[in-house]
Design a protein around this ligand. Structure first.
Ligand SMILES: *Cc1c(COP(=O)(O)O)cnc(C)c1O
Length: 234
């Protein structure tokens, strides 16, 4: 596969990268005998300036992902004024005290991972009248430094979010360990989702989204392949 063009994402480079990603996505869908429309491409724009994001919007892309609430709050209200049907997916670790900001800003939240956060999101939804769809993040690699509920506790958390907090839970999300075969993690996530009756699977990034699609991903989160490499500090 071709390496993504690096650095400063000029409009024509974003356009070429974006076309290449759509082609890869369509190829992976075909190989998995799945409709392309069953897969949502979340274009991840963390660390990108509005000027780098706008070309993707002008190409007609509408679904974007950000990691940090504060960064998203700086860029997206203005971009959403320009492109009112753009959707923002929040894919980074979420502090409980940012729940209200997340609900106001996000159209989908991928990183619900604990009961306390579920309560805070439910309260924020009641206060604001907004109800972003939620994915529950599962720490499939059981990495101590990583967000996400442990696989053994996932069923209980899913039940609590749906039953006690009446949250609009649509699926599960994972971020496999960098140095492990991702397919094992994708298969585990799919298994947990299936036994809990959840249809959504947010999994797969630049390096592994085709594998994720083979394992049933409904949402792939792709940054580098579209916008180029991020500065190392980010
Ligand atoms: C940054 C990020 C991505 C995108 O990663 P790329 O390798 O640039 O495609 C996907 N998911 C999460 C949670 C991220 O933080």
């Amino acid at each position: 596969m071709p390496a993504p063009h690096s650095q400063s994402a000029q409009p024509e480079i974003v356009a070429a990268n974006y076309a290449a990603v759509l082609e890869r996505l369509a190829g992976a869908a075909r190989a998995a005998d799945r409709p392309v429309a069953s897969i949502t491409l979340v274009a991840v724009t963390k660390t990108r300036e509005a000027a780098q994001i706008r070309p993707a919007l002008q190409l007609g892309h509408r679904v974007f992902g950000e990691n940090r609430i504060q960064e998203a709050a700086k860029k997206w209200p203005a971009l959403k004024t320009e492109f009112p049907d753009a959707q923002l997916h929040l894919i980074g670790p979420l502090q409980t005290n940012k729940a209200k900001d997340a609900v106001l800003l996000g159209d989908t939240i991928h990183t619900l991972d604990r009961v306390k956060l579920a309560h805070a999101l439910a309260r924020a939804m009641d206060q604001t009248g907004r109800r972003p769809s939620c994915f529950i993040q599962v720490n499939t690699g059981e990495e101590p430094q990583k967000a996400g509920v442990l696989p053994a506790q996932a069923d209980a958390l899913i039940a609590a979010c749906v039953r006690d907090d009446a949250l609009p839970v649509v699926g599960l999300m994972c971020l496999p360990p960098i140095d492990e075969e991702p397919s094992l993690h994708f298969a585990l996530l799919r298994q947990i989702a299936k036994r809990n009756g959840l249809a959504g699977l947010s999994m797969g990034m630049t390096s592994d989204f085709e594998v994720a699609i083979a394992f049933g991903a409904t949402h792939v989160r792709v940054g580098t392949a579209i916008f180029g490499h991020r500065p190392p500090a980010a």
